[in-house]
Design a binder for this molecule. Structure first.
Ligand SMILES: [Zn+2]
Ligand SMILES: [Zn+2]
Length: 264
């Protein structure tokens, strides 16, 4: 006889069928033999999109052979946006290049309310970077804040969900305890859709969009890691790092699902 949990799972699966976090198609079974909750062909897609060595020493993007020869930094980091990128953050950790497949998968989290996909990426982040997070003695994971009204409409902030899942898996699977904190940085004004803007406009728009608050001075001397879905120009991460540093954080890192590089 089917156990109660089995029946509940069966019914839940009928109403909300499990979907592959990569392609979004319904999965016939909830797990395959390897315990993967996705299609075999989608695993291949993920493997192909993984960021390979050599990585940029700063942002962690995959380097072209020319960039590697030029000292191990990507063109974007070398370009060093005046006045902005004296690099408030130390280093970035990302899982994938921003390939078309990864782009589509992240889009589903953001715009199709596929919040459950986030847990898959949270687990991958923990698996790939638990050692770094432990060795660097990261105190807090800080999700990139969303404009309040936007979060209300969407019902969640994907960066917060990702940070929570990352933290859960770090603790559960690797015994690394890092708290998620959403009460230090905030998004103060509505930014228009960034994807429609060019680099310069993006930087202007982001500047001043965030503000920080740390009434109890809990950030002083702390090591933090910002969590977001994509690292594009670096504008968001750099501005947030600046605020976190001003609030007293000693070191800032970032972790993202994808890092846009010249090698897409
Ligand atoms: Zn799939
Ligand atoms: Zn870089």
């Amino acid at each position: 006889m089917m156990k109660v949990k089995g029946i509940v799972d069966y019914v839940v699966n009928l109403i909300y069928p499990k979907r592959c976090p990569v392609c979004g198609r319904v999965l016939k079974t909830t797990t395959n033999l390897n315990g993967n909750i996705m299609h075999e062909e989608c695993i291949e897609v993920l493997e192909k999109s993984l960021i390979k060595e050599p990585r940029c020493k700063k942002c962690g993007a995959e380097l072209s052979s020319l960039e590697n020869k030029l000292g191990g930094f990507c063109v974007r980091c070398l370009r060093d946006k005046p006045g902005m990128a004296n690099f408030y953050y130390e280093k970035g950790f990302g899982l994938f290049r921003y390939t078309e497949e990864i782009k589509q998968s992240i889009k589903k989290i953001k715009y199709n309310s596929r919040k459950e996909y986030v847990d898959f990426y949270g687990l991958l982040l923990a698996k790939k970077f638990y050692k770094e997070i432990a060795d660097l003695k990261v105190d807090y994971l800080i999700p990139v804040p969303m404009y309040k009204q936007k979060e209300k409409i969407r019902g969640y902030n994907q960066a917060t969900e990702l940070a929570k899942s990352f933290s859960d898996h770090l603790n559960k699977n690797f015994g690394v305890k890092v708290e998620v904190r959403c009460d230090f940085v905030f998004r103060g004004k509505k930014t228009t859709k960034l994807s429609t803007k060019d680099d310069e406009e993006r930087w202007m728009e982001i500047s001043g969009a965030f503000y920080g608050k740390d009434a109890n001075r809990e950030l002083r001397g702390k090591i933090v890691c910002i969590v977001d879905d994509i690292y594009t120009t670096g504008a968001t991460i750099i501005h947030l790092s600046e605020i976190l540093k001003k609030l007293g954080a000693s070191k800032v890192y970032f972790a993202t699902i994808a890092i846009v590089s010249n090698r897409v």
